[in-house]
Design a protein around this ligand. Structure first.
Ligand code: ADP
Length: 320
Protein backbone atom coordinates (compact mmCIF):
# COMPACT_ATOMS: atom_id res chain seq x y z
CA UNK A 1 0.00 0.00 0.00
CA UNK A 2 1.03 3.62 -0.59
CA UNK A 3 3.17 4.89 2.31
CA UNK A 4 3.83 8.53 1.45
CA UNK A 5 1.70 11.02 -0.43
CA UNK A 6 2.02 14.69 -1.31
CA UNK A 7 -0.63 17.40 -1.51
CA UNK A 8 -0.49 20.67 -3.44
CA UNK A 9 -2.70 23.56 -4.49
CA UNK A 10 -2.32 24.93 -8.01
CA UNK A 11 -3.79 27.57 -10.31
CA UNK A 12 -6.14 30.23 -8.90
CA UNK A 13 -6.77 29.90 -5.17
CA UNK A 14 -10.21 29.28 -3.71
CA UNK A 15 -11.72 29.33 -0.21
CA UNK A 16 -11.97 25.76 1.03
CA UNK A 17 -8.58 24.68 -0.32
CA UNK A 18 -7.29 24.65 3.27
CA UNK A 19 -10.17 22.46 4.37
CA UNK A 20 -9.21 20.06 1.55
CA UNK A 21 -5.53 20.06 2.58
CA UNK A 22 -6.58 19.34 6.15
CA UNK A 23 -8.87 16.49 5.12
CA UNK A 24 -6.26 14.85 2.88
CA UNK A 25 -3.63 15.16 5.61
CA UNK A 26 -5.72 13.90 8.51
CA UNK A 27 -7.44 11.06 6.65
CA UNK A 28 -4.08 9.88 5.34
CA UNK A 29 -2.27 10.17 8.70
CA UNK A 30 -5.14 8.36 10.41
CA UNK A 31 -4.68 5.58 7.84
CA UNK A 32 -0.95 5.27 8.54
CA UNK A 33 0.20 7.24 5.48
CA UNK A 34 2.79 10.02 5.73
CA UNK A 35 1.87 13.31 4.09
CA UNK A 36 4.06 15.98 2.51
CA UNK A 37 2.96 19.50 1.67
CA UNK A 38 4.25 20.63 -1.73
CA UNK A 39 4.44 24.43 -1.67
CA UNK A 40 3.58 26.77 -4.58
CA UNK A 41 2.00 24.14 -6.80
CA UNK A 42 4.03 22.38 -9.48
CA UNK A 43 6.74 25.04 -9.10
CA UNK A 44 7.51 23.81 -5.58
CA UNK A 45 7.39 20.24 -6.79
CA UNK A 46 10.08 20.93 -9.39
CA UNK A 47 12.19 23.00 -6.97
CA UNK A 48 11.81 20.57 -4.07
CA UNK A 49 9.94 22.95 -1.76
CA UNK A 50 8.37 20.03 0.06
CA UNK A 51 7.83 19.62 3.83
CA UNK A 52 6.14 16.97 5.99
CA UNK A 53 2.66 17.82 7.27
CA UNK A 54 1.37 16.77 10.67
CA UNK A 55 -2.08 16.78 12.21
CA UNK A 56 -1.06 19.90 14.10
CA UNK A 57 0.29 21.71 11.04
CA UNK A 58 -3.17 21.54 9.44
CA UNK A 59 -4.88 22.60 12.68
CA UNK A 60 -6.83 25.85 12.77
CA UNK A 61 -6.95 26.19 9.00
CA UNK A 62 -10.41 24.83 8.20
CA UNK A 63 -11.89 28.30 8.58
CA UNK A 64 -9.21 30.15 6.63
CA UNK A 65 -9.47 31.30 3.02
CA UNK A 66 -6.54 31.05 0.61
CA UNK A 67 -4.15 28.11 0.85
CA UNK A 68 -1.45 27.53 3.46
CA UNK A 69 0.58 25.74 0.76
CA UNK A 70 0.55 28.70 -1.61
CA UNK A 71 -0.26 28.43 -5.28
CA UNK A 72 1.64 29.28 -8.44
CA UNK A 73 1.50 28.86 -12.18
CA UNK A 74 4.30 27.05 -13.98
CA UNK A 75 3.55 26.87 -17.73
CA UNK A 76 6.81 24.94 -18.26
CA UNK A 77 5.24 21.99 -16.46
CA UNK A 78 3.93 21.00 -19.90
CA UNK A 79 7.50 20.02 -20.83
CA UNK A 80 8.38 16.44 -20.01
CA UNK A 81 11.92 17.43 -18.92
CA UNK A 82 10.49 19.79 -16.29
CA UNK A 83 8.09 17.13 -15.07
CA UNK A 84 10.98 14.63 -14.87
CA UNK A 85 12.70 16.97 -12.41
CA UNK A 86 9.50 16.96 -10.35
CA UNK A 87 9.33 13.16 -10.40
CA UNK A 88 12.96 13.00 -9.23
CA UNK A 89 12.16 15.37 -6.32
CA UNK A 90 9.21 13.18 -5.29
CA UNK A 91 11.10 9.90 -5.62
CA UNK A 92 14.01 11.29 -3.59
CA UNK A 93 11.55 11.67 -0.70
CA UNK A 94 9.70 8.41 -1.30
CA UNK A 95 6.50 10.23 -2.29
CA UNK A 96 4.54 7.82 -4.47
CA UNK A 97 1.30 9.69 -5.07
CA UNK A 98 -0.09 13.25 -4.99
CA UNK A 99 -3.41 14.98 -4.42
CA UNK A 100 -3.66 18.02 -6.71
CA UNK A 101 -6.18 20.69 -5.70
CA UNK A 102 -6.88 23.08 -8.59
CA UNK A 103 -8.68 23.58 -11.86
CA UNK A 104 -8.62 22.07 -15.35
CA UNK A 105 -5.02 23.12 -16.01
CA UNK A 106 -3.85 21.52 -12.78
CA UNK A 107 -5.74 18.34 -13.75
CA UNK A 108 -3.74 18.20 -17.01
CA UNK A 109 -0.54 18.33 -14.97
CA UNK A 110 -1.92 15.61 -12.65
CA UNK A 111 -2.72 13.37 -15.60
CA UNK A 112 0.73 13.89 -17.13
CA UNK A 113 2.38 12.98 -13.80
CA UNK A 114 0.21 9.88 -13.43
CA UNK A 115 1.41 8.78 -16.88
CA UNK A 116 4.97 9.13 -15.54
CA UNK A 117 4.28 6.72 -12.66
CA UNK A 118 3.13 9.09 -9.89
CA UNK A 119 -0.53 8.39 -9.15
CA UNK A 120 -2.37 11.72 -8.89
CA UNK A 121 -5.93 12.52 -7.88
CA UNK A 122 -7.44 15.91 -8.74
CA UNK A 123 -9.75 17.86 -6.42
CA UNK A 124 -11.78 20.72 -7.96
CA UNK A 125 -10.58 23.88 -6.20
CA UNK A 126 -11.87 26.99 -7.96
CA UNK A 127 -14.56 29.58 -7.30
CA UNK A 128 -15.61 29.54 -10.98
CA UNK A 129 -17.51 26.23 -11.00
CA UNK A 130 -16.03 25.70 -14.45
CA UNK A 131 -15.08 22.04 -14.05
CA UNK A 132 -17.83 20.27 -15.93
CA UNK A 133 -17.60 16.82 -14.35
CA UNK A 134 -18.68 18.10 -10.93
CA UNK A 135 -21.91 19.82 -9.93
CA UNK A 136 -19.95 22.12 -7.60
CA UNK A 137 -16.32 23.06 -7.10
CA UNK A 138 -14.69 23.86 -3.75
CA UNK A 139 -14.93 27.65 -3.30
CA UNK A 140 -18.00 28.30 -5.45
CA UNK A 141 -20.42 28.50 -2.54
CA UNK A 142 -18.16 30.91 -0.62
CA UNK A 143 -17.69 33.19 -3.64
CA UNK A 144 -21.42 33.10 -4.27
CA UNK A 145 -22.05 34.12 -0.66
CA UNK A 146 -19.59 37.03 -1.00
CA UNK A 147 -21.28 38.19 -4.21
CA UNK A 148 -24.76 37.97 -2.71
CA UNK A 149 -23.70 40.03 0.31
CA UNK A 150 -22.19 42.68 -1.98
CA UNK A 151 -25.19 42.88 -4.30
CA UNK A 152 -27.63 43.08 -1.39
CA UNK A 153 -25.72 46.18 -0.27
CA UNK A 154 -25.67 47.66 -3.76
CA UNK A 155 -29.39 47.16 -4.02
CA UNK A 156 -29.99 49.33 -0.93
CA UNK A 157 -28.11 52.25 -2.42
CA UNK A 158 -29.38 51.78 -6.01
CA UNK A 159 -32.89 51.89 -4.70
CA UNK A 160 -32.36 55.29 -3.11
CA UNK A 161 -30.97 56.86 -6.30
CA UNK A 162 -32.93 55.38 -9.23
CA UNK A 163 -29.78 53.63 -10.31
CA UNK A 164 -28.93 50.67 -12.44
CA UNK A 165 -26.08 48.75 -10.82
CA UNK A 166 -24.07 46.71 -13.25
CA UNK A 167 -22.13 44.14 -11.24
CA UNK A 168 -19.30 42.23 -12.86
CA UNK A 169 -18.57 38.87 -11.23
CA UNK A 170 -15.89 36.25 -11.85
CA UNK A 171 -16.40 32.89 -13.52
CA UNK A 172 -13.73 32.62 -16.21
CA UNK A 173 -16.27 32.19 -19.05
CA UNK A 174 -18.54 30.06 -16.87
CA UNK A 175 -21.75 31.94 -16.04
CA UNK A 176 -22.63 30.06 -12.86
CA UNK A 177 -21.55 32.72 -10.35
CA UNK A 178 -23.59 35.29 -12.31
CA UNK A 179 -26.68 33.12 -12.74
CA UNK A 180 -26.74 31.72 -9.20
CA UNK A 181 -26.16 35.17 -7.65
CA UNK A 182 -28.72 36.72 -9.99
CA UNK A 183 -31.34 34.31 -8.70
CA UNK A 184 -30.28 34.69 -5.08
CA UNK A 185 -30.28 38.50 -5.22
CA UNK A 186 -33.41 38.96 -7.30
CA UNK A 187 -31.47 40.72 -10.07
CA UNK A 188 -33.37 42.13 -13.02
CA UNK A 189 -30.96 40.96 -15.73
CA UNK A 190 -28.22 38.32 -15.88
CA UNK A 191 -25.68 38.29 -18.71
CA UNK A 192 -23.36 35.30 -19.21
CA UNK A 193 -21.65 33.47 -22.05
CA UNK A 194 -24.80 31.29 -22.17
CA UNK A 195 -27.23 34.19 -22.56
CA UNK A 196 -25.00 36.16 -24.95
CA UNK A 197 -24.86 39.96 -24.87
CA UNK A 198 -26.88 42.14 -27.24
CA UNK A 199 -26.27 45.63 -25.91
CA UNK A 200 -29.26 47.26 -27.61
CA UNK A 201 -31.57 44.55 -26.32
CA UNK A 202 -30.38 44.99 -22.73
CA UNK A 203 -30.83 48.77 -22.98
CA UNK A 204 -34.36 48.19 -24.31
CA UNK A 205 -35.15 45.90 -21.37
CA UNK A 206 -33.86 48.54 -18.94
CA UNK A 207 -36.06 51.23 -20.57
CA UNK A 208 -38.99 48.87 -20.17
CA UNK A 209 -38.16 48.27 -16.49
CA UNK A 210 -38.05 52.03 -15.96
CA UNK A 211 -40.97 53.29 -18.03
CA UNK A 212 -43.45 50.42 -18.07
CA UNK A 213 -42.66 48.40 -14.94
CA UNK A 214 -41.81 51.56 -12.96
CA UNK A 215 -38.85 49.92 -11.21
CA UNK A 216 -36.97 52.25 -8.85
CA UNK A 217 -33.69 50.50 -9.57
CA UNK A 218 -32.25 47.64 -11.55
CA UNK A 219 -29.46 45.15 -10.89
CA UNK A 220 -27.62 43.68 -13.86
CA UNK A 221 -25.23 40.84 -13.02
CA UNK A 222 -22.70 40.19 -15.75
CA UNK A 223 -19.89 37.64 -16.02
CA UNK A 224 -16.34 38.87 -16.46
CA UNK A 225 -14.76 38.88 -19.96
CA UNK A 226 -18.02 39.87 -21.71
CA UNK A 227 -17.87 43.65 -22.05
CA UNK A 228 -16.32 46.79 -20.55
CA UNK A 229 -18.84 47.41 -17.76
CA UNK A 230 -17.78 51.02 -17.15
CA UNK A 231 -18.46 51.90 -20.81
CA UNK A 232 -21.72 49.99 -20.63
CA UNK A 233 -22.78 51.92 -17.51
CA UNK A 234 -22.28 55.19 -19.41
CA UNK A 235 -24.55 53.91 -22.18
CA UNK A 236 -27.17 52.98 -19.58
CA UNK A 237 -27.12 56.57 -18.26
CA UNK A 238 -27.37 57.99 -21.80
CA UNK A 239 -30.04 55.66 -23.15
CA UNK A 240 -32.33 54.82 -20.21
CA UNK A 241 -33.96 56.63 -17.30
CA UNK A 242 -31.55 54.95 -14.87
CA UNK A 243 -28.20 56.30 -13.78
CA UNK A 244 -25.79 53.48 -14.65
CA UNK A 245 -23.03 52.51 -12.19
CA UNK A 246 -20.57 49.69 -12.70
CA UNK A 247 -19.03 47.68 -9.87
CA UNK A 248 -16.33 45.12 -10.54
CA UNK A 249 -16.22 42.86 -7.50
CA UNK A 250 -12.79 41.49 -8.46
CA UNK A 251 -10.56 39.50 -6.16
CA UNK A 252 -12.66 39.95 -3.01
CA UNK A 253 -14.63 37.06 -4.52
CA UNK A 254 -11.62 34.81 -4.04
CA UNK A 255 -11.13 35.51 -0.34
CA UNK A 256 -12.85 35.04 2.98
CA UNK A 257 -13.64 32.19 5.32
CA UNK A 258 -15.11 29.23 3.45
CA UNK A 259 -18.80 28.56 4.03
CA UNK A 260 -19.78 25.40 5.94
CA UNK A 261 -20.87 23.85 2.60
CA UNK A 262 -17.44 24.40 1.08
CA UNK A 263 -15.70 23.05 4.19
CA UNK A 264 -17.83 19.92 4.13
CA UNK A 265 -17.46 19.45 0.36
CA UNK A 266 -13.67 19.82 0.66
CA UNK A 267 -13.57 17.30 3.53
CA UNK A 268 -15.67 14.74 1.67
CA UNK A 269 -13.61 15.11 -1.48
CA UNK A 270 -10.30 14.97 0.40
CA UNK A 271 -11.37 11.71 2.03
CA UNK A 272 -12.28 10.18 -1.34
CA UNK A 273 -8.95 11.21 -2.87
CA UNK A 274 -6.98 9.43 -0.13
CA UNK A 275 -9.19 6.34 -0.38
CA UNK A 276 -8.45 6.09 -4.12
CA UNK A 277 -4.70 6.50 -3.60
CA UNK A 278 -4.83 3.76 -0.95
CA UNK A 279 -6.34 1.49 -3.60
CA UNK A 280 -3.46 2.31 -5.95
CA UNK A 281 -5.68 4.38 -8.26
CA UNK A 282 -4.48 7.54 -10.04
CA UNK A 283 -5.44 9.72 -13.00
CA UNK A 284 -8.90 10.40 -11.57
CA UNK A 285 -10.59 13.55 -10.32
CA UNK A 286 -13.19 13.84 -7.60
CA UNK A 287 -16.68 15.18 -8.29
CA UNK A 288 -19.92 15.69 -6.48
CA UNK A 289 -22.92 14.59 -8.50
CA UNK A 290 -26.41 14.50 -7.08
CA UNK A 291 -24.80 14.82 -3.64
CA UNK A 292 -22.66 11.69 -4.11
CA UNK A 293 -18.88 11.93 -4.07
CA UNK A 294 -17.63 10.08 -7.14
CA UNK A 295 -14.46 9.84 -9.21
CA UNK A 296 -14.06 10.38 -12.95
CA UNK A 297 -11.01 9.63 -15.13
CA UNK A 298 -9.28 12.98 -15.75
CA UNK A 299 -9.10 12.20 -19.47
CA UNK A 300 -12.91 11.95 -19.59
CA UNK A 301 -13.42 14.94 -17.30
CA UNK A 302 -11.45 17.23 -19.60
CA UNK A 303 -13.67 16.58 -22.62
CA UNK A 304 -17.07 16.20 -20.94
CA UNK A 305 -19.86 18.43 -22.27
CA UNK A 306 -21.26 20.94 -19.79
CA UNK A 307 -24.71 20.31 -18.32
CA UNK A 308 -27.26 22.76 -19.71
CA UNK A 309 -28.04 25.74 -17.50
CA UNK A 310 -31.34 26.31 -19.32
CA UNK A 311 -33.59 25.22 -16.42
CA UNK A 312 -31.97 27.75 -14.06
CA UNK A 313 -31.97 30.45 -16.77
CA UNK A 314 -35.69 29.82 -17.29
CA UNK A 315 -36.27 30.00 -13.55
CA UNK A 316 -34.44 33.33 -13.45
CA UNK A 317 -36.63 34.74 -16.24
CA UNK A 318 -39.79 33.56 -14.47
CA UNK A 319 -38.76 35.36 -11.29
CA UNK A 320 -38.23 38.79 -12.87
P1 ADP B 1 -6.18 25.96 -13.14
O1 ADP B 1 -5.66 24.69 -12.54
O2 ADP B 1 -6.85 26.83 -12.13
O3 ADP B 1 -6.99 25.69 -14.39
P2 ADP B 1 -3.94 26.82 -14.80
O4 ADP B 1 -4.63 26.56 -16.08
O5 ADP B 1 -3.12 28.04 -14.67
O6 ADP B 1 -4.93 26.85 -13.55
O7 ADP B 1 -3.01 25.54 -14.52
C1 ADP B 1 -2.25 25.45 -13.33
C2 ADP B 1 -0.94 24.81 -13.61
O8 ADP B 1 -1.14 23.47 -14.10
C3 ADP B 1 -0.11 25.47 -14.71
O9 ADP B 1 0.59 26.59 -14.26
C4 ADP B 1 0.83 24.35 -15.09
O10 ADP B 1 1.86 24.26 -14.13
C5 ADP B 1 -0.07 23.11 -14.97
N1 ADP B 1 -0.59 22.73 -16.30
C6 ADP B 1 -1.55 23.34 -17.03
N2 ADP B 1 -1.75 22.73 -18.21
C7 ADP B 1 -0.89 21.69 -18.25
C8 ADP B 1 -0.59 20.66 -19.21
N3 ADP B 1 -1.22 20.59 -20.38
N4 ADP B 1 0.37 19.76 -18.89
C9 ADP B 1 1.02 19.81 -17.71
N5 ADP B 1 0.78 20.76 -16.77
C10 ADP B 1 -0.14 21.68 -17.02
Amino acid sequence: MVKRIGVLTSGGDAPGMNAAIRAVTRVALNSGIEVFGIYDGYKGMVEGYIEPLTKASVGEIIDRGGTILGSARLPEFKDVEVRSKAVTQLKKRGIEAVVVIGGDGSYRGALALTEMGINCIGLPGTIDNDIVCTDYTIGFDTALTTIVEAIDKLRDTSNSHHRCSIVEVMGNRCGDLALWSGIACGAEIVITSDTGFEESEVLERLRDLDLIKKKRHAIVVISEKITDVHQFAKKVSLNTGFSGRATILGHVQRGGAPTPSDRILASRMGEKAVDLLMQGIGGQCISIRENQIVSVPIQEALVMPRTSRKPLQNLFERLV
